[in-house]
Design a protein around this ligand. Structure first.
Ligand code: DGL
Length: 273
């Protein structure tokens, strides 16, 4: 499950791009003393349109990148990687925390009418991992799953505002069916999607609860670290280091809309570095 370093070792987080920063943002809130090393594999984003074999190969390389930097736990803050991991045995799944179970658990906890929507990448929806886990936790749940392939490119290119016509158009296109089903909970099964929360809530209305898979994975990692006695008990604010596999400048530009970058370093590196 994890590389046992010590409690002062950093937390490792990876995703295909900037979506996993939704987990980082939550870790910064709930564990402000922890150092974090983040890898966004921006040279190869998106993962969600690729085969399970390719996704696992990329995930293994991302995980090794973090392990070489001595992290005490790895969070696969990527719904696509987590879905493929959950659908079969892989060396990666034994060594990292994914987003599926924590997000499914929270969705089951908050739903009142037991009608849960799941939106994620094509690969995640195809794997049926979210549906299976939700059903295993809440047998009477009705799960409506929809792939939203245009959401990741929209987010990676900064089209996240609730007024952006392209965003509004795709939100309506993908979510109309879910609205008709009367869901009261929508699991954002791709970690990029919380960046579209405002546009999504504008369309579905305030009564539909949105569950961020990245944030739930961060809470679950906190629990795991606490159980293992690996929480950093120091007082100094954590150091955040972001790595990406394509241009650091581009990454900085997009990320700055969403995370406060003061005292945060961003460097471009090859995944084999
Ligand atoms: N953030 C990733 C996820 O949670 C995006 C996948 C992709 O690169 O397509 O699924």
């Amino acid at each position: 499950m994890m590389t046992l370093e010590n409690k002062y070792s950093p937390i490792g987080v990876f995703d295909s791009g900037m979506g996993g920063l939704t987990a980082v943002r939550e870790i910064m809130n709930i564990l402000p003393n922890e150092d974090i090393i983040y890898l966004g594999d921006t040279a190869r984003v998106p993962y969600g349109t690729r085969s399970p074999e390719t996704i696992m190969k990329y995930a293994e390389q991302d995980m090794e990148f973090l392990k070489r930097r001595g992290v005490k736990i790895v969070i696969a803050a990527c719904g696509t990687v987590s879905s493929v991991m959950a659908s079969g045995k892989s060396p990666v799944s034994e060594q990292c925390v994914g987003v599926i179970y924590p997000a499914a658990e929270e969705s089951c906890r908050v739903t009142k009418n037991k009608k849960i929507g799941v939106i994620a990448t094509a690969a995640s929806i195809k794997s049926k991992s979210y549906e299976k886990i939700i059903k295993s936790l809440c047998r009477e749940a009705e799960v409506y799953a929809v792939a939203c392939p245009m959401f990741v490119p929209l987010v990676e290119n900064g089209y996240t505002s609730r007024d952006c016509p392209q965003t509004v158009l795709f939100v309506r296109e993908y979510l109309s069916g879910l609205k008709e089903k009367g869901i009261d909970t929508l699991l954002l099964g791709c970690t990029h999607y919380p960046l579209l929360s405002e546009a999504i809530s504008d369309f579905l209305g305030p009564d539909v609860r949105l569950i961020s898979s990245g944030a739930e994975a961060a809470k679950s990692a906190k629990k795991t670290l606490s159980e293992k006695g690996l929480l950093n008990d120091g007082n100094a604010p954590g150091k955040i280091s972001l790595y990406c596999t394509d241009s650091a400048e581009l990454f900085r530009e997009n990320v700055s809309h969403f995370i406060h970058l003061e005292n945060i370093s961003i460097e471009q590196r090859s995944v084999d570095d």
